[in-house]
Write a protein that binds this ligand. Structure first.
Ligand SMILES: CC(C)(COP(=O)(O)OP(=O)(O)OC[C@H]1O[C@@H](n2cnc3c(N)ncnc32)[C@H](O)[C@@H]1OP(=O)(O)O)[C@@H](O)C(=O)NCCC(=O)NCCS
Length: 156
């Protein structure tokens, strides 16, 4: 019923929309999402072109894209979770259109990401979960980490 393909540079606008929709679904402030959209697009373009940002899209039979997931390999100092590696796999922009949820699309995209992570020999993966995403990742065996955050941005 669904098919999947890797993202290509022409998917730029679609990935930008998925990112905004993902944060919108968790109730993030619309003004901040509007502020983020342009800078995210500028950040994404060269990384999508170079392959530093990669990922997959899920499509229904007509070819319409209804889901997406992005991935990066990010520089990270060796850590007890990956003592011999100076990188982590990072999953981002996981989004499924509302009418297609609950049908295994996110699970299938995560399977593709894990397959790629293993192919690249990565020892450790991270992501930041929205409240809606947390049950998905828990079902897939992900656990909460010790990360904390502090905003230094005015009004942030
Ligand atoms: C979170 C989201 C990506 C899940 O996509 P989905 O295609 O509906 O998820 P799947 O159907 O593949 O679910 C896979 C498993 O996770 C569980 N799951 C997924 N979302 C869940 C939820 N909100 N509550 C409870 N369980 C959930 C399912 O029960 C399923 O388990 P099963 O296969 O054993 O039945 C989707 O709801 C979404 O796009 N939300 C808005 C954006 C967002 O928050 N993205 C996450 C960013 S971190």
């Amino acid at each position: 019923m669904y098919s999947f393909r890797p993202v290509v540079p022409e998917d730029q606008a679609l990935i930008c929309r998925h990112r905004v929709e993902m944060f919108r679904a968790s109730g993030r402030d619309e003004a901040i999402l509007a502020e983020m959209d342009g800078p995210f697009g500028e950040w994404l373009r060269p990384r999508l072109a170079s392959g530093a940002y990669f990922g997959w899209l899920g499509m229904i039979g007509s070819g319409e894209v209804v889901a997406g997931l992005g991935m990066m390999v990010i520089d990270w100092p060796p850590h007890p979770s990956h003592p011999t590696q100076s990188a982590r796999g990072y999953i981002l922009n996981v989004f499924v259109e509302p009418e297609q949820r609950g049908r295994g699309l996110a699970r299938a995209l995560m399977d593709l990401a894990m397959e790629e992570a293993r192919r690249r020999g990565l020892d450790h993966m991270i992501l930041h979960a929205t409240p809606m995403g947390r049950p998905l990742y828990e079902v897939l065996g992900w656990t909460q980490t010790s990360e904390m955050g502090l905003s230094l941005r005015d009004g942030g």
